[in-house]
Design a protein around this ligand. Structure first.
Ligand SMILES: Cc1ncc(C[n+]2csc(CCOP(=O)(O)OP(=O)(O)O)c2C)c(N)n1
Length: 615
């Protein structure tokens, strides 16, 4: 059967083992070729091909509910549920999402993009199923990385409490994006090792029992194994009243089907521990699954990825913190599982005693950062804007309230493109703006980002949030100087001019390039909070018309901070705000999204010209 002809997963129930394996080979080829053209999550998807085929063989979607944690590994599920023909539009504007989406298919009962929600979601479906006296199964498919998130632990704890049955498929490839961390990860490793020992021992048995000394050795090792097995069966899951099967070879269809059938017949909640290889079937991704976790387009033959000549802003920030850490032993860097994305490799390599990967734990990492800072350390805590949503209370209740010296790097601030609504960093200003003690800033270029970091680390002691977009620039080491907290700067100031543009981040540099030498003032509001009241007083006094350009949610933005101040001062300035209405923005290339939102600079240029009547 051609992959594109698949309309419904039920066809594979008639397949024998050989046909199922052939189907897996075809699906792998299809995923590699498609992702090479569109970009997407590769390594995670290649690891779960057999697992997903076996699930659809044993269970019946949409009657049974398949909930993929994060959803970044749901490509085989998408193919089997009739979406192969949409893969040429993967992650593109108007095209198929990279995650499960309810409006895409009846086979996607729940949506995510952030980790660790699948077991909680499965519990909700199972609870209502029981109330309605229905019989379908609910299956959460969760990776060992996502299981490190507190939300997943809370859900495990509630399985007994809700007294319902869910099936959890633990996809253990020992990787998050980078190597997985923590006690749970160590425990899973022990189980994996015991299993390989088990297999190896089967081979040795025949040799050993041929002699009496061999038989003694065999019996002794057998006892050790039994003891270990008992320990495994008395594990974190079984102690939470969840049955455990495993570890299962995640690339062996026959074994998978057997285990899934067992879980289907079980009356109790059950976790099936499946061991897979991330990147399976594509050598470059098997060798370096971290790099191939999420990729742009690539050449299948050579496995070469497109190289960027410029430096990402994440790297500008991490390079600068690296310089500080080299001289200053009081700095600790903490990341919730994003060493790679936040470009922290060098910091982790050279300062292993002062860098911590806490797993996917934004909320834990934030409180940990707070308490470390209370002990006379400076903490650098880079977190993607959208994932920071998980840490709102810890920022408010811990870091800000106790006013600790944590420098929060808000990475991927603004629209991020192809990952879509779950990943756009458009809410952070809005939700941080109301928190006392917090400074929120954004640099216009390499030099200013470095100076803001310098200020955050060395010229103040409050919680300091520095935002940076998913952009690339040229990195240069520059001399460091303080930028006084709450001060803005004029990039262009024209005498007697009554029109002023205000913006921040790399956007303000772009606006400067457009309006350089035109009759308009340009202000770089590098501190979004606190605002520069001296400059604002001057704008009131000179009755400036004001245009504020922002690409985040407009509610509780820099623009509304300015309006609030003007209102307080009874100012009558004409002010136009831009920004995003209170809505979720879908996936697609950032430039296309900005065009759709009337936030692209071509449109903004015309809008500013008309607003200020510059023609
Ligand atoms: C709350 C949150 N933090 C961070 C991420 C970024 N992220 C996406 S997938 C992933 C790793 C997931 O590892 P695992 O669950 O083991 O799945 P695998 O990719 O290894 O199959 C991370 C950290 C996220 N999506 N959500």
């Amino acid at each position: 059967m051609r992959i594109q002809e698949i309309k419904d997963p039920r066809f594979l129930k008639k397949y024998n083992e050989k046909e199922l394996n052939e189907l897996c080979t075809d699906i792998r080829k299809f995923i590699i070729n498609s992702v090479s053209k569109t970009g997407g999550h590769l390594a995670s998807n290649l690891g779960v091909v057999e697992l997903t085929v076996a699930l659809h063989y044993v269970f019946t979607s949409p009657y049974d509910k398949f909930i993929f944690d994060v959803g970044h590994q749901s490509y085989t599920h998408k193919i089997l549920t009739g979406r192969a023909d949409k893969f040429n539009t993967l992650r593109q504007y108007g095209g198929m999402s990279g995650f499960q989406k309810r409006d895409e298919s009846i086979h996607d009962p729940f949506e995510s993009g952030h980790t660790s929600t699948s077991i909680a979601a499965a519990l909700g479906f199972a609870y209502v199923r029981d109330l309605n006296k229905e019989k379908n199964d609910v299956i959460a498919i969760i990776g060992d990385g996502s299981l490190t998130g507190g939300l997943a632990f809370e859900a495990l704890n509630n399985i007994e409490n809700l007294n319902t049955k869910v099936i959890i498929v633990l996809n253990d490839n020992s990787m998050s994006i980078s190597k997985n961390v923590g006690g749970l990860s160590k425990f899973l490793k022990k189980i994996r090792i015991s299993n390989s020992y088990d297999l190896a021992k089967k081979g040795y048995k025949g040799v050993l029992i041929k002699t009496s000394i061999g038989t003694k050795i065999y019996n002794l090792s057998s006892k050790i194994k039994e003891k270990f097995k008992r320990k495994i069966n008395d594990n974190i899951f079984t102690n939470l009243d969840i049955d455990y099967i495993g570890p299962i070879d995640g690339h062996n269809i026959k074994e998978l089907i057997k285990a899934f059938k067992k879980s289907k017949n079980s009356k109790k909640s059950i976790l099936i521990h499946v061991v897979t290889k991330k990147g399976k079937g594509y050598k470059p991704a098997e060798i370096n699954s971290s790099t191939w976790h999420g990729v742009g387009n690539f050449d299948v033959e050579s496995g070469s990825l497109k190289k960027e000549n410029l430096t990402s802003l994440s790297e500008v920030v991490s390079n600068t913190v690296y310089e500080f850490m080299k001289k200053d032993k009081s700095i600790i860097t903490i990341t919730p599982a994003m060493i790679k994305g936040s470009k922290l490799e060098k910091i982790f390599q050279d300062f292993p005693n002062r860098s911590i990967d806490t797993g996917i734990t934004e909320s834990f990492a934030t409180t940990l950062a707070c308490s470390i800072a209370l002990n006379k350390k400076k903490v650098f805590l880079p977190i993607y804007s959208s994932f920071l949503q998980r840490a709102y209370d810890n920022i408010n209740h811990d870091i800000a309230r106790m006013n600790t010296h944590v420098i929060i790097g808000i990475d991927r601030a603004g629209l991020v493109g192809e990952d879509g609504d779950t990943h756009h960093g458009i809410f952070d200003i809005s939700f941080l703006n109301s928190i006392p003690n917090l400074v929120i800033c954004m640099g216009k270029d390499n030099e200013e980002i470095r100076n803001l970091l310098y200020t955050g680390f060395y010229k103040q002691e409050n919680p300091f949030c520095i935002r940076y977009e998913k952009e690339c620039i040229e990195f240069k080491k520059s001399a460091l100087k303080e930028i006084k907290v709450g001060t803005w700067e004029y990039l262009q100031k024209i005498k007697t001019c009554k029109n002023t543009i205000i913006s921040y981040g790399t956007d303000v540099s772009k606006l400067y390039d457009i309006f350089k030498n035109k009759k308009v003032n340009i202000i770089n509001a590098r501190y979004i909070k606190p605002i520069d009241k001296e400059i604002l007083k001057e704008l009131i006094k000179t009755k400036q018309n004001i245009y504020v350009y922002e690409t985040s949610i407009r509610t509780n933005s820099l623009g509304t901070n300015i309006l609030e101040y003007f209102n307080y001062k009874n100012a009558s300035n004409k002010v136009r705000l831009t920004g995003i209405d209170n809505e979720y923005i879908k996936h697609g290339k950032t430039n296309i999204l900005k065009q759709q939102l009337n936030l692209d600079l071509e449109y903004i240029k015309e809008d500013i010209i008309n607003y200020f009547k510059l023609k």
